[in-house]
Design a protein around this ligand. Structure first.
Ligand SMILES: [Zn+2]
Length: 423
């Protein structure tokens, strides 16, 4: 795979170093990696290479969604849909969602909990189905009464240990250091690329609130220790300040949502070199389609309550220089995979980023969340050849990335997954 030489010729290359385009550019791909990149005059075309005319399109590193869930869910109703839908249907829909993601230019995704893409990851890697590179948590860890516990269901319907009722989103319930270590090991045993934990309450969990602290500092430390022992890291759902600070002090690398991350917590995130994934898209979308999507009344109410603070705090984090990566928290269905570039648009509109900064957040910074810093996220020699060609210049109009038709070519690890250049 990927042994051929391919030249993407006559392209405008996004440089995250210069934060601008290299005009009249050429990229040489060899063995699945970028071997040369620069102006046409500076890169020779080997005689045995397949040359593609990029027709002046803009070349970007493949986009990365640093926090989503491929669940196969089609509504936001976490009670009715799992109850009435066989697991096979969720997997079949997950296959389609992965295809939509890669066709929209997302060559890597971070699945922050759920078993659908954990298993589909292997089917993508063996070439059976088409999809992005998947970096998956699989079973997420939550304390009893935590964000991952289905505490709005009577206990007799919910397995106290695996919250199995959630089906595609099922996780592990653990309390105390010993159980947390065991759950982390179980999750690794089941193929987790990283460990996902619930450090605080959330929006779509009925009986807790975003600012509730959930796992204790000691529990988080135990989980981080298990992840480190297996050369992995921890990605935390953390919305309230206490949980964010605990997670950072425990050594958690990725902070998702960060709704109430104030200046002090933002400074700590910087000090710890953590990456924050605000996931503005999910709340934005809940407010747009929530009632239609079957989001319960209490979920809508909480979404309305948090959105303003969420945006303000993410804006502050941007100003303070916290590393921000794009993640949608989309689940599928009303929160559709394929429209994940919404987060780039919101970074520009709500956080005051330039389009180039938003693209960097969705590529170079998001690569860290996918555990692939230095391998993907930049168009440079030695990087894996994850490259997309887009028709309209996103530096002038970031919204253009939301139009899937604009994404004319998608290359993942040197393999061409989509090519509509000549149409
Ligand atoms: Zn999530």
């Amino acid at each position: 795979m990927g042994n051929k030489k391919i030249v993407l010729d006559n392209v405008r290359i996004f440089s995250s170093e210069k934060m601008s385009l290299i005009e009249n550019g050429r990229i040489l791909v060899e063995g699945g990696k970028i071997s040369e990149v620069g102006t046409r005059g500076s890169v020779d075309v080997p005689s045995d290479a397949l040359s593609l005319d990029g027709m002046g399109r803009v070349a970007l590193p493949g986009l990365i969604d640093a926090h989503l869930h491929v669940t196969g869910m089609r509504t936001g109703d976490n009670v009715k849909e799992p109850l009435l839908t066989p697991m096979g249907v969720f997997f079949a829909r997950g296959v389609k969602d992965l295809e939509s993601l890669v066709m929209a230019g997302f060559t890597t995704i971070v699945d922050a909990g759920g078993i659908v893409s954990l298993h589909l990851r292997d089917a993508v890697n063996e070439g059976t189905i088409v999809g992005p590179r998947v970096f998956a948590a699989g079973f997420s860890l939550s304390p009893t009464f935590g964000h991952g516990d289905v505490h709005y269901m009577p206990i007799e319907y919910v397995d106290a240990r695996t919250s199995k009722f959630m089906k595609p989103l099922k996780g592990l319930i653990c309390d105390g250091e010993a159980e947390c270590r065991k759950a982390a090991r179980y999750s690794l045993r089941e193929g987790a690329d990283f460990i996902k934990v619930m450090a605080t309450g959330g929006v779509l969990s009925q009986r807790d609130r975003p600012d509730y602290r959930q796992f204790t500092l000691e529990e988080l430390k135990a989980i981080v220790d298990e992840a480190r022992a297996a050369k992995r890291f921890v990605h935390a759902h953390a919305q309230g300040k206490e949980g964010i600070v605990n997670a950072l002090n425990a050594g958690v690398k990725v902070i998702a949502h960060a709704i109430y991350m104030d200046e002090e917590a933002a400074e700590l995130a910087k000090e710890k070199d953590a990456v924050v994934v605000p996931t503005l898209s999910i709340v934005h979308k809940i407010l747009e389609v929530g009632p239609k999507a079957g989001i319960p009344e209490w979920g809508l109410k909480k979404s309305e309550e948090v959105y303003k603070d969420h945006v303000e705090n993410a804006r502050k984090a941007k100003r303070l220089g916290v590393k921000l990566a794009t993640g949608t928290d989309f689940l599928g269905g009303f929160f559709p995979h394929g429209e994940n570039a919404l987060e780039l648009k919101l970074f520009v509109e709500k956080l005051g980023m330039s389009p180039a900064e938003a693209i960097k957040s969705a590529t170079e910074t998001a690569a860290e969340v996918a555990g692939m810093k230095g391998s993907i996220g930049r168009l440079e020699r030695g990087m894996l050849a994850d490259i997309i060609l887009v028709k309209e210049n996103p530096l002038l109009n970031i919204d253009s990335l939301l139009n899937v038709k604009n994404v004319e070519l998608v290359m993942k690890g040197g393999e061409i997954v989509k090519n509509n250049l000549s149409q």
